[in-house]
Write a protein that binds this ligand. Structure first.
Ligand SMILES: Cc1cc2nc3c(=O)[nH]c(=O)nc-3n(C[C@H](O)[C@H](O)[C@H](O)COP(=O)(O)OP(=O)(O)OC[C@H]3O[C@@H](n4cnc5c(N)ncnc54)[C@H](O)[C@@H]3O)c2cc1C
Ligand SMILES: Cc1cc2nc3c(=O)[nH]c(=O)nc-3n(C[C@H](O)[C@H](O)[C@H](O)COP(=O)(O)O)c2cc1C
Length: 454
């Protein structure tokens, strides 16, 4: 070809070719640069997380408010993640710039069960947290001596580590709508949005009191009733074993009372076990008196279902279960035993305490049938007053420490339902003696030690 011999032409063609190549390559290079920048931003975002919404909850109030807090932040375009308090490590606290803590108080001023390890592991140490900005929503009930005890302790500890509070701690007495409104307002202000989603709790509905049966005639203890309820209108809503209902009593509609559900949806009704509470002056408790004495059969009761995630089977559905309880606590355990029987899971050990075999052996025939059909592998009924020396469920546990260790080594999860006074603390001590306190805390943090105690 002629033109290839002409150096000027050659140069011209070469430079045209290079320019053309550059024009073609430019979009590709731009895309590559953009991709690299996005990758860098993602890596930086992972290294410095946005906001963290951390919660510690026993029966789900704080967890639900945490989910609503997270939704509000995300709606405002803020990158946020939700985490159970026990999942936070020291370096998460040190790296984070903003954490919103929503925590309730249990026992006598204690952390909820799942946060016991956090309280024991981190809050006993000092940790420099100069970067951290935080806020605390503390849930509690002023009827208890240590009102919002854990929320207050957490706030004080954070301050002592040099963390900066975004606004003063907000304390919520008995789910006070006013205090929750104040938290929502602070949140909208921080997030720069007035567009917060609806936080109102689901409404109560009318349920018909369909059956009521005294379970313990002649008992030395207070009367205990088996109740059955069905929705007045519409279909039975879904629930899982471990869930609760809230009942609003006509004489105290401001303060709903909680009851463990003792049935499964397949039973067609919500079944409850309610102990009649009598005050020192002889008057009856607002909710238990209403449910067991005042409300007539067929009458409407204001009720709503409440998920109780911390007491559900969830990941433990495949594990052996040790179910421990006393008194009305058989309600929550019966729900689990029904679910286990329905799913064909037979490795269940029930340890249950009451006063006298003659009057207080609740659901005796049902338990016997479950034993016969092998859905209840091991049953220990402990009657405290049937022998000269008092004997409780925790005594039986202590005597069977080897068996407890063997079940836990085989992967068992432990569920405790019933009295906080006496039973829950005694059972906790017996379990800690059998397994070691650290191991028990780890089981709680892993969701393998769950309690519904009141
Ligand atoms: C998670 C959970 C599950 C539960 N499950 C069951 C169950 O399955 N079965 C069951 O029988 N019970 C259960 N309970 C207990 C139940 O919710 C009620 O507390 C119980 O029935 C007593 O309520 P009451 O309205 O009859 O008595 P109340 O009228 O509430 O009186 C009970 C006591 O509460 C105190 N009290 C009441 N009102 C106030 C007030 N305004 N200020 C200060 N102190 C006050 C008093 O000390 C009083 O003696 C559960 C509780 C929780 C938290
Ligand atoms: C057995 C029991 C013990 C409690 N102890 C306390 C307490 O010591 N101090 C307090 O302020 N509130 C106490 N409360 C009230 C709870 O903190 C309150 O009901 C809170 O809303 C529960 O939130 P949660 O569902 O997230 O756990 C207790 C409640 C129960 C049922």
């Amino acid at each position: 070809m002629i033109w290839t011999k002409d150096p000027t032409r050659l140069m011209l063609v070469a430079s045209l070719a290079i320019s053309y190549a550059l024009v073609c390559l430019a979009p590709y290079l731009r895309t590559r640069r953009k991709r690299a920048a996005a990758q860098r931003a993602r890596a930086e975002a992972a290294a410095t997380p946005g906001w963290i919404v951390a919660y510690a909850s026993q029966t789900g109030n704080a967890e639900q408010l945490a989910a609503q807090t997270l939704a509000t932040l995300r709606l405002a375009g803020i990158a946020a993640q939700m985490s159970e308090l026990s999942e936070l490590r020291a370096d998460d606290l040190q790296r984070a710039e903003r954490i919103l803590f929503l925590v309730s108080t249990y026992g006598e001023g204690d952390a909820p069960d799942a946060a016991a390890a956090f309280a024991g592991r981190l809050m006993t140490d000092s940790l420099a947290l100069p970067r951290l900005h935080y806020a605390v929503l503390a849930l509690g009930d002023s009827a208890y001596g240590q009102f919002c005890g854990f929320g207050r302790a957490l706030d004080q500890w954070l301050q002592a580590q040099g963390a900066q509070s975004l606004f003063p701690r907000i304390e919520v007495n008995r789910s006070s709508a006013e205090a929750i409104g104040a938290w929502r307002q602070q949140l909208s202000h921080l997030a720069g949005t007035s567009d917060a989603p609806d936080w109102s709790a689901p409404a109560f509905a009318d349920w018909r009191l369909a059956e009521r049966r005294l379970l313990n005639p002649g008992s030395a203890g207070a009367p205990l009733y088996h109740l059955e309820l069905e929705p007045l209108d519409g279909a039975l809503p879904a629930w899982e074993s471990g869930d609760l209902v809230q009942v609003s009593a006509p004489s105290d509609p401001e303060r709903a009372r909680e009851y463990s559900i003792a049935s499964m949806p397949a039973d067609g009704r919500v079944q409850l076990l309610v102990r009649l509470h009598t005050h020192a002056d002889g008057s009856h408790g607002a909710a238990s008196g209403w449910l067991t004495r005042q409300a007539a059969l067929g009458q409407a009761v204001q009720l709503r279902l409440r998920q109780h995630r911390r007491f559900r089977l969830e990941d433990n559905a495949q594990r052996p279960l040790i179910l421990i309880g006393n008194g009305s606590g058989i309600a929550g355990l019966r729900g689990h035993l029904k679910a286990r029987t329905a799913s064909g899971r037979a490795r269940n050990w029930l340890l249950f305490g009451e006063r006298n075999e003659a009057h207080d052996y609740h659901y005796r025939d049902e338990l016997a049938a479950w034993q016969l059909h092998a859905s209840l592998e091991k049953l220990d009924m402990v009657f405290s007053r049937d022998q000269p020396a008092r004997r409780y469920v925790q005594d039986s546990l202590a005597e069977q420490a080897d068996e407890v260790r063997a079940w836990v080594a085989a992967g068992a999860a432990i569920y405790v339902c019933g009295s906080l006074d006496g039973m829950a603390a005694g059972v906790d001590a017996a379990l800690a003696a059998a397994l070691g306190r650290d191991a028990l805390d780890q089981l709680a943090a892993a969701g393998r030690y769950r309690r519904d105690v009141y």
